[in-house]
Write a protein that binds this ligand. Sequence first.
Ligand SMILES: Cc1cc2nc3c(=O)[nH]c(=O)nc-3n(C[C@H](O)[C@H](O)[C@H](O)COP(=O)(O)OP(=O)(O)OC[C@H]3O[C@@H](n4cnc5c(N)ncnc54)[C@H](O)[C@@H]3O)c2cc1C
Length: 393
Amino acid sequence: MSAANTRGRRALIVGGGIGGLAAALSLAARQFEVDLFERASEFREIGAGIQLGPNSIRALQALNVSEPIAQKAVYPDALVMMDAVDGREIARIETGLAFRKRFGAPYGVIHRADLHGELVAACIGTPSIRLRTGHAVEGFSDQGDHVSANTSVGTFDGDLLIGADGLWSNIRQHIAQDGPPRRSGHIAYRAVLKTEDVPPHLRRNEMVLWAGPKCHLVHYPLRGGHLFNLVAVFHSDRYEEGWNSFGDPQELQARFANVHVDVRVMLGKIEEWRMWVLCDREPTATWSRGRVTLLGDAAHPMLQYLAQGAGMALEDAVCLGQLLADPEVPIPTALVTYQNARCLRSGRAQLTARLYGEFYHAAGVRRDIRNAFLSSGMNSEGLAWLYDPQPSF
Ligand SMILES: Cc1cc2nc3c(=O)[nH]c(=O)nc-3n(C[C@H](O)[C@H](O)[C@H](O)COP(=O)(O)OP(=O)(O)OC[C@H]3O[C@@H](n4cnc5c(N)ncnc54)[C@H](O)[C@@H]3O)c2cc1C
């Protein structure tokens, strides 16, 4: 079926992660008919937490999905950095009322399955969105007046195609042609712990990051405080590949052998870890070509140290919807405007995330400098570029 023969404008979205689902909602709100293709046979997210800065929450508000998500989120009282060697607190940003007032939205954390599930539910509740699981997109062709997606199930035509197909995006290879992502040499182990298994003095309603030499541990409560999310990261060149595979608890204990007992006790509580080889890319300003563009990790994959990959994907979705609102603007023009509107901000997040990683993992004199710098006073103003409202939302 050709898009030229259809009345409304039609968007094809590749990928049913947080970015693709958010884009579907954003475009449906601008009167697009949306076909979203997900290669997996069902929608799912991993059992882990995700942090939502005020900018991410504002984007969810713009997508009209913030209410059910707000009910499932937990709102930590502070973001805290501890020195993982001597167990001292080195920095604290309070995220209570004053923070909410300053940035116009709270700092939340949520189980990924809850966030993803609410986005799926909102898409299911939107008649103009068709969620097509079990549809792997194998290629596309931009015909000038429309674009076709070739899927494992058949060919679909639309007015534009959005590659929201994640870190290993195939669509990106047709646009930016910059090869595979960059392996950082950092490995993340993730797990969720029942709160009753967390030592009582660590059951804090805070996002706590223990910064150690070439390693760190993050923990925060989830689901009304019944669960704790754990992310342990360490340097290793041992792994070339590895995505959502099982981790080796003994290796983890060895990498964290010289850190504070609180960290080791937390790590020791987990029997089954999931492992990620962490990757990112150099920022690029080339996301859009003709009727095709990229969104989320496909456009700007970043290390998780700023906790902003999903936040940037949500912002992309809002921005793209706004720029496609006017049917008089040619779609290729709107896609280039979108790319230009987003690439500096998301690129800054990509590069800042790398710097944060170095900061977290500092050893020796670097660690002393970090601790002296952070102990001399830290507040949320350093993150204002990230959390302040953007011109468009
Ligand atoms: C350890 C860790 C912690 C993180 N913590 C945070 C955090 O606290 N806050 C935050 O904001 N971000 C965080 N992030 C980043 C965040 O998880 C990602 O940026 C975000 O999930 C990207 O969403 P996406 O929709 O762009 O891509 P993805 O979630 O990767 O979704 C892509 C989808 O496309 C599908 N797909 C791929 N190829 C095809 C194809 N050919 N055809 C059809 N479907 C296809 C895939 O199956 C997948 O469902 C973290 C990341 C990691 C690794």
